[in-house]
Design a binder for this molecule. Structure first.
Ligand SMILES: *Cc1c(COP(=O)(O)O)cnc(C)c1O
Length: 372
């Protein structure tokens, strides 16, 4: 059987190859490789796409979060609240600015930050809450923003998995003080290398971000502050400008696939579906299953590349033992970490491949039922 990949970047590239080749040719003719007019245009277009006033390109999604925290002068002695179920980058950015990540659990059904637990961990050192729009769903922004307003905290969106996602008509990246995006190749909007972006609608924050991403300067050799070197490459911006034109269309295709998965798998007992809200962009299609190791092995045996996002919650990672949380601290996050399984998902996934995937899962489930 031909392999089915988790994400197939090749088919998508083939569909826009000519546009990309010609954009890169132009850059080779000009030999401008860092920032420049392509980055400016992409920032303009991405800010319009997200419905915010400003967007600032940077080197990757982890840097985007770090720059957002630095722009708010969050650092040593400060605490930042974030969900225990996320990719390590969310927590790492907090640690890298010298602040302390304070974890809260996620909602059992969605895997998104459980806003009802946030107030329990707010202290006089708390400065911000980072919500993570996990798998392309948006966190409950109304609830989080209300808590933040009440306690005078900033809300930063980790939108690295949610380019184009909408909640109550608003785009991911427009609902907090800043939105942080990654253009890692496998994301819904992916570069051909690393890239990142911070969105905001505050002029002063935009200015700070521009300084901080480029060693504290917006004019060569005039350094106003000490900043990072975290710039977006011209070539990546040129590629991302082309791909942005298709993003809504690609996200719509993901939605159609997700609806088909849900329709078929909802008839399959033992599979716990994630209840994606309307407007999700299905970066990952994640289900939960109590025998996920066996199911994963079966899918792999059938040449279907399924995966786990993520096998550990943040407090279970070696790197974060030092936070002092014990196992059992965040039951929902731990449950997600030990039961979640990611099925292939990308815009160009074919219906025949989806049929193959779902029938392997159905067969797995019925053979199990016969044994039980
Ligand atoms: C991908 C990702 C990041 C980090 O982005 P990089 O570009 O890889 O640094 C941060 N948070 C989440 C939730 C992500 O999925």
């Amino acid at each position: 059987m031909n392999p089915i990949k988790l994400v197939d970047l090749k088919v998508q590239l083939a569909s826009i190859r000519r546009e990309i080749d010609s954009a890169i040719d132009n850059i080779f003719d000009r030999c401008d490789f860092i920032l420049g007019s392509e980055v400016e245009s992409f920032e303009e277009e991405f800010s319009r796409f997200c419905n915010v006033k400003y967007a600032v390109g940077c080197a990757n999604g982890t840097d985007a979060i770090e720059l957002a925290l630095r722009a708010l002068e969050i650092g040593e002695g400060d605490e930042v609240i974030l969900p225990a179920m996320t990719y390590i980058a969310t927590a790492a950015a907090v640690t890298l600015v010298g602040a302390k990540p304070v974890l809260v659990d996620v909602n059992w059904q969605t895997g998104l930050i459980d806003s009802s637990t946030i107030e329990d961990v707010i202290t006089s050192s708390t400065k911000a809450i980072i919500v993570v729009h996990l798998y392309g769903q948006c966190a409950d922004m109304d609830a989080v923003n209300n808590i933040a307003n009440k306690h005078n905290l900033y809300v930063i969106e980790d939108a690295a998995q949610a380019h184009g996602a909408k909640l109550n008509g608003k785009r991911a990246g427009s609902m907090g003080v800043m939105g942080c995006f990654s253009f890692y190749p496998g994301k819904n909007l992916g570069a051909m290398g690393d890239g990142g972006m911070v969105t905001c609608s505050n002029k002063e924050i935009d200015k700070q971000l521009r300084l901080l991403r480029n060693l504290g300067s917006t004019k060569k050799y005039y350094h106003e502050v000490v900043g990072r070197n975290s710039r977006l490459d011209t070539m990546q911006a040129a590629i991302l400008r082309i791909k942005l034109k298709y993003l809504d269309q690609w996200n719509n295709a993901r939605t159609v696939h997700a609806e088909k998965y849900a329709e078929i798998l909802s008839r399959c007992p033992g599979i716990e579906l994630t209840n994606y809200h309307e407007g999700s962009v299905y970066h990952l299609y994640v289900i939960r299953h109590p025998q996920r190791v066996d199911l994963l092995a079966r899918l792999h045996a059938e040449n279907i590349e399924a995966a786990i996002h993520y096998p550990f919650a943040v407090h279970q990672l070696e790197a974060y033992r030092g936070l002092g949380y014990v196992n059992g601290s965040f039951p929902s996050s731990e449950y997600w970490a030990s039961n979640c399984l990611t099925l292939p998902m990308y815009p160009e996934l074919s219906s025949s491949d989806m049929e193959r995937i779902t029938s392997v899962i159905n067969d797995f489930q019925s053979s199990k039922d016969n044994f039980d």
